[in-house]
Ligand binder design. Structure first.
Ligand code: ZN
Length: 322
């Protein structure tokens, strides 16, 4: 009988499900809408429904399933399996998500932070394979991160480890939603790169992005890259600034962890080499001189599937040895 773990990636719009066998091979996937308006009980109901659907579609019996791993936005109390609060879905106030789903399915469950789960996913099945120490930076609306050391996710002493987006790279810099100033998230996430471009345009800087803003009412990170490719000086400056700050963060991560690889993922990383090349350049330029840079900077490879694969991987890691 092939043993399986189920991974769940809880998002504000969609909930994803995946089956992972013991060799960490993907054996099936499905996706359902997240009933955000129905609160935590509705969300647990859809999670259970998705697990049943996944098992049925792939001819897997509940007896074959070792456990279910949930990847969730936070903050979380990982030891207790509790969601302390959830930014995109109202009603999660110290909600015991892990035990509630486990009870509903009659299967053991684990709870993991979604950014950590994505890092584990890249380690198991993506660009981080064979790395002893790896870091994933997810550059999207915010800047999420995860650290995997010797196959294990770094959680820290209070479930708050690897909050890489809130490493300070600019003393007394921009105020972050977390209350600190100068967090890397405010300089190198897709959303804030776009915001910085918009602010520059609105302050009167000359740029083709003014036309984009007038036509669409907004500027996104892709617009900035397109304008940069077309020779727009302001777009090039804003893009390079984000890569400069990413380079600083990567040097600090290299000093702290000496990783094999730092992976760049999320919406901004869809720019591929356009992001990687200048970030590598800034990383090398700011790197110490004592030894040559050995940490590689690469693109993540699993895209939006990293979280659900990692959630299943976490279930294997926690529940697989029982
Ligand atoms: Zn912050």
């Amino acid at each position: 009988m092939t043993r399986m773990c189920i991974g769940i990636d809880l998002g504000g719009t969609f909930t994803k499900f995946a089956l992972l066998d013991e060799q960490m091979r993907l054996a099936g996937q499905c996706q359902l809408d997240t009933p955000a308006a129905q609160g935590p009980e509705g969300v647990v109901g859809v999670m259970a429904e998705g697990c049943r659907q996944l098992m049925q579609e792939n001819n897997v019996s509940p007896a074959q399933v070792v456990g279910v791993g949930i990847g969730s936005p936070g903050p979380l109390d990982l030891d207790a399996g509790v969601v302390i609060a959830m930014p995109n879905i109202p009603g999660f106030d110290h909600f015991p998500l892990r035990d509630r789903l486990s009870g509903k399915l009659g299967l053991p469950a684990t709870l993991e932070n979604d950014a950590n789960a994505a890092a584990l996913g890249e380690h198991l099945c993506g660009s981080g394979r064979s790395a002893r120490v790896m870091v994933l930076l997810t550059l999207g609306t915010g800047l999420g991160g995860g650290i995997v050391i010797d196959g294990k996710v770094l959680h820290g002493a209070h479930s708050m480890g690897a909050e890489i987006g809130h490493m300070i790279v600019a003393p007394e810099g921009e105020l972050c939603g977390c209350g600190q100033r100068g967090c890397i998230e405010r300089y190198a996430s897709a959303a804030f790169l776009a915001l910085r471009a918009r602010r520059a345009v609105e302050s009167g800087r000359e740029s083709s992005l003014a036309g984009v803003l007038a036509a669409k009412g907004q500027i996104d990170s892709r617009d900035v890259n397109q304008a940069r490719q077309a020779g727009d000086a302001l777009a090039a400056e804003i893009w390079d600034q984000a890569c400069y700050y990413l380079g600083i963060a990567c040097v600090s991560l290299a000093r702290l962890l000496d990783p094999d690889v730092i992976l760049l993922g999320g919406g901004l990383a869809k720019a591929g080499e356009d992001l990687l090349e200048p970030t590598r350049r800034h990383f090398i330029r700011q790197h110490w001189q004592l030894t040559p840079p050995r940490t590689r900077l690469e693109l993540a490879s699993l895209g939006n599937d990293a979280g659900v694969i990692g959630a299943a991987g976490q279930a294997w890691s926690v529940l697989g040895k029982r």
